[in-house]
Design a protein around this ligand. Structure first.
Ligand SMILES: Cc1ncc(COP(=O)(O)O)c(C=O)c1O
Length: 335
């Protein structure tokens, strides 16, 4: 388990390296279950309950299978048939919420279902990837591997969903290099960095509710990448570097490649969280893109903005300057 949860380090450009995960969420899933077992939060009768529509569910299902824990996953229609089948084969019980809440979307509806299940199963454990601090802490091993292999890192780029991976990696890498730059990659219509909530086509990054694990003051820069740009970059990552990855990897690659080209003397690491198999029928399917009216055009560079309200519909970039969300939304830009 520990061998598969750690990333491979792949050099993409003279100054750009990828931390390539088969399934990044295996790392926090295993770490959270380990911690719960060792502090007595889980026993043989415990039901593990979690909400996730993707890779965290899969990571937990693998860990719970190997450790013999009962698991209930609350997801939404974004859990495709293949993933549902795979989760069930791993022994998880999968509950799908069919309707989104008026406020907070599917994310809210899923959390409400989790609350019901907690009542129903008094002996439960909810890992809670959005607010459990063991999520970012889980990335200590991955950060150690990156610094053992690459030495000093000047800039880390990664997609942001719960905030665990980018926040966790940065906090460990900054023990050696406090000035290391952290660039978070989000998508249009996600509330994480202050945009109003809207339906989104990119899965795995972005959020309709603000997770407590997003530490806004960790980020130096934030980018918003739309669905067409994300899917185009994901395909480019395959065509240019033979890395068959999911869309959050594509979004991070787009940003990291551009930043690394602008800063040829800096050493840049990009997080690539999962493999492409799950996305064959959407991101990698021309028919699906056509049916969903997705245009794969990508601007040569991001539009600089000073406030999340100025983010248009295409790739945008903002100097976040390690500020709290409320400072960014209501304060002045630091000169
Ligand atoms: C495929 C994928 N990429 C990226 C992320 C974002 O990572 P984090 O939740 O650590 O911010 C997630 C989160 O679920 C994910 O599933």
């Amino acid at each position: 388990m520990e061998a598969t949860e750690l990333p491979r380090i792949v050099q993409l450009e003279h100054n750009l390296y990828a931390a390539t995960f088969s399934l990044m969420k295996l790392l926090p899933a295993r770490f959270m279950i380990d911690r719960a077992e060792s502090n007595g939060a889980i026993d043989r009768e415990t039901t593990v309950i979690e909400t996730s529509s993707g890779t965290f569910a899969l990571g937990l299902a693998m860990v719970c299978r190997l450790r013999g824990h009962r698991l209930r996953i609350v997801g939404d229609p974004a859990i495709d048939q293949h993933l549902r089948r795979r989760l069930r084969r791993l022994g998880a019980q999968v509950d799908i919420v069919e309707a989104a809440s008026a406020e907070g979307g599917y994310q809210r509806a899923r959390l409400d279902r989790v609350a019901e299940l907690r009542e129903r199963y008094p002996n439960h454990f909810v890992p809670g990837q959005y607010d459990n601090r063991d999520n970012p802490t889980a990335y200590g091993r991955a950060a150690e591997l990156v610094s053992d292999m690459l030495g000093r890192v000047d800039c880390l780029v990664g997609p942001v969903g719960s905030g665990g991976s980018t926040g966790g990696m940065a906090s460990f890498l900054r023990l050696a290099e406090p000035d290391m730059r952290l660039i978070g990659v989000d998508t249009h219509g996600s509330v994480i960095f202050g945009m109003p909530d809207r339906p989104r086509l990119v899965r795995g990054l972005g959020n309709s509710l603000l997770p407590a694990n997003v530490q806004h003051t960790a980020y130096d820069e934030v980018h918003w990448v739309n669905a067409g740009e994300t899917f185009h970059a994901t395909r480019r990552l395959l065509a240019e570097k033979c890395l068959f990855m999911g869309p959050t990897s594509g979004a991070a690659y787009l940003v990291a490649k551009s930043w690394a080209a602008e800063h040829p003397d800096a050493k840049v690491v990009v997080m690539l969280p999962d493999e492409g198999n799950r996305y064959q029928e959407n991101v990698y399917s021309d028919e699906w893109l056509r049916d969903n009216g997705i245009n794969l055009a990508v601007p040569a560079e991001p539009v600089p903005v000073n406030h999340p309200r100025d983010v248009g519909t295409t790739w945008s970039r903002m100097a976040w300057q390690r500020r709290e969300l409320h400072e960014v939304l209501h304060g002045e830009l630091v000169p």
